[in-house]
Structures are given as C-alpha cells and as structure tokens.
Ligand binder design. Structure first.
Ligand code: FE
Ligand code: FE
Length: 201
C-alpha cells in the first residue's frame, strides 16, 4: 500500500506537539536518514518516511502513563518491560501510529514495533528504521559511528551485525546483563551467524 496520500506537513505538526524539541529534531534526523537509505536500497520511500516520522511518537509519554495506556489497550507488558518502561515506547508507538495517526501499512507498524530491540530476520524496512535511529546526524556517542554510517549505505545485514554487536557489548558493560532485552540478544546471534556463514563461503 502506498502512503502517497499522507499529509506530511500535518503529520509533522502533530509530532512536533507530541514530542520535546530534542526528540522532534531526532525524529526528523531519523526520517531523512531513513529516506536516504530507502533510496539506496530500493525500499518504498513513503513507507520509510512515515515509519521514521512515527517511530518515537510514544517516547515522550511519561513512563507511568505508558504502562497504563498499554494495559488499557490490552497490549502485553512483559515483566522486563515493567522494569524498563522506556522499552514500551516501541510497542505503544506502533499502536498509536495505527489508532491515533491512522497508519494502515503493517510493514510500517512493524518497523516502529521493532526499532528499539531489533529481532532476527528483520524486513528491509525494519532494518532501515533501526539503522537510521542509530546513525542519524544528531547521534554522536556510539562507537564506530563513522564506519557504521558507511556500511549502512553498502550492506544492511552487516550494518545490523555491527550495531547489534556494539549494543550488546554496551549493555553488558554499562548495566547488569539481566537488563538486556532477550530479543536484542537473539537478533545479535542471528546476524552474527548470517555474516559469519557468509564469510566462510
Ligand atoms: Fe525509540
Ligand atoms: Fe529514536
């Protein structure tokens, strides 16, 4: 399904109101980075643009309210998410994208849903949003950013592997390892195997 009927200016205005100034700037950074990646990798431009704009639409809702909204709308909240409610912004974001912002395209919704943890065998659009979130121009703290930005425009799978490797390492050293979302570990293992298999061919 095409997003060509989208009122981009109207959507941007709504998001600007729903987000803090910094979060909105990040959102625009993710959006144009996702668009550039979609151009490079032959993915639907409007779907990438829509997913980029909406990926953090639930991020600025207070954590308590995130939990309440999830429960009220019957979205599963895991024990792990209760302890780390910031993770809920992806799940709740996908829900709000559909209900509040009227997105019907399931591939856009799933790109929003998986943008924080990643998952094994991601679709190209899911990868583009995950990667754009990590490399957009306002980001400056992650290691190897220069190299990861270059790989993003060459090979999405090996870019996923690089980001997930750094992310798992970061989570292991900077927080107790029980704070690591199992989906991120599974995603990391999936992409490690994919890339290692490719290298031994
Ligand atoms: Fe996010
Ligand atoms: Fe983000």
């Amino acid at each position: 399904m095409k997003e060509s009927g989208t009122d981009w200016a109207g959507l941007e205005n709504r998001l600007q109101k729903a987000l803090t100034e910094n979060r909105y700037r990040h959102t625009l950074g993710v959006t144009y980075t996702a668009c550039a990646l979609a151009m490079r990798h032959g993915e639907d431009l409007d779907a990438a643009r829509l997913a980029g704009l909406l990926h953090d639409c639930a991020k600025c809702i207070p954590n308590r309210e995130k939990i309440d909204l999830c429960r009220k709308n019957k979205l599963d909240v895991t024990e792990f998410e209760l302890e780390h409610p910031v993770l809920l912004h992806a799940k709740l974001g996908a829900y709000l994208a559909k209900k509040k912002y009227g997105v019907k395209n399931e591939s856009v919704l799933s790109a929003i849903l998986w943008h924080t943890t990643g998952r094994p065998a991601m679709s190209r659009l899911e990868q583009i949003i995950y990667i754009a979130d990590y490399i957009e121009p306002n980001r400056d703290k992650a290691p190897h950013l220069e190299e990861i930005r270059r790989i993003a425009f060459e090979d999405l799978d090996s870019c996923m592997y690089s980001i997930l490797q750094d992310t798992v390492e970061y989570l292991e050293t900077n927080r107790d390892s029980d704070s690591m979302d199992m989906m991120t570990v599974r995603a990391y293992e999936y992409y490690r195997e994919l890339i290692e298999d490719r290298e031994t061919l």
